[in-house]
Write a protein that binds this ligand. Structure first.
Ligand code: COA
Length: 187
């Protein structure tokens, strides 16, 4: 028995199911704001105490949750979208919990949900102000830079999504992701 369990206790739990969807319930919205606070205030210090702003009143929040036994268990991803002017939509506050980054393409799927949802709501352009260290990530997802700028004292790029790569949809929820961890050790 001891031999069978050897090493199992040290193996990290790695979720295999995620759901990405529009945040509608109080639990989803609370997790969405908690994650934003954790990433943009505590981790990145972009904001001192509170990252909320006037856009929160009109934006659509989107979350990623990891699932246990098929049920959303913890909010681990966030992004919001809003129509800044007729036909022009913007995404902001993209965040993935650090334990879930580069694991299951959660960030990429949040972007897909954000842009395709806006496209379905009539977006003719979709823009975001992207932190410099993430420009390559967005380029690989079919975004182009419109130029550099400084925001909150940090280097950013104004970027635009290629909408032809993000077909319009009106889905509330996209598929459950099943990441294939690259560093997983088999017991
Ligand atoms: C940026 C962020 C959202 C990316 O989320 P993520 O879930 O780790 O990204 P994904 O797993 O979907 O990445 C998809 C691919 O892009 C790569 N990638 C991820 N971040 C990258 C980066 N900054 N630069 C280049 N490539 C990157 C991944 O390795 C992966 O590559 P693969 O398809 O070859 O495996 C996440 O790192 C984060 O929350 N950072 C802190 C907050 C932040 O910077 N927000 C964005 C403000 S503009």
């Amino acid at each position: 028995m001891t031999m069978i369990l050897e090493g199992v206790e040290d193996r990290p739990f790695i979720p295999t199911e995620y759901v990405v969807r529009l945040a509608r319930t109080p639990w989803e919205r609370a997790g969405y704001h908690a994650l934003r606070h954790e990433v943009f205030c505590t981790e990145q210090h972009v904001f001192a105490d509170d990252d909320r702003d006037a856009i929160d009143a009109t934006s659509i929040p989107i979350i990623a949750a990891c699932c246990m036994a098929g049920m959303p268990d913890r909010i681990v991803g966030a992004v919001r979208i809003h129509e800044a002017e007729p036909g022009v939509w913007r995404g902001s506050r993209l965040a993935v919990h650090e334990d879930h980054r580069r694991l299951g393409r959660i960030g990429a799927e949040l972007i897909r949900m954000a842009v395709s949802t806006a496209h379905g709501l009539g977006a003719r352009r979709f823009l975001a102000q992207v932190q410099e260290q993430n420009v390559l990530f967005f380029r690989r997802l079919h975004w182009k830079s419109l130029g550099a700028l400084t925001l909150h004292g940090l280097p950013h790029h104004d970027m635009q999504a290629d909408l032809s790569r993000y077909p319009a949809h009106g889905l509330d929820q996209t598929w459950l992701l099943r990441p294939q961890p690259r560093n997983r050790q088999v017991a």
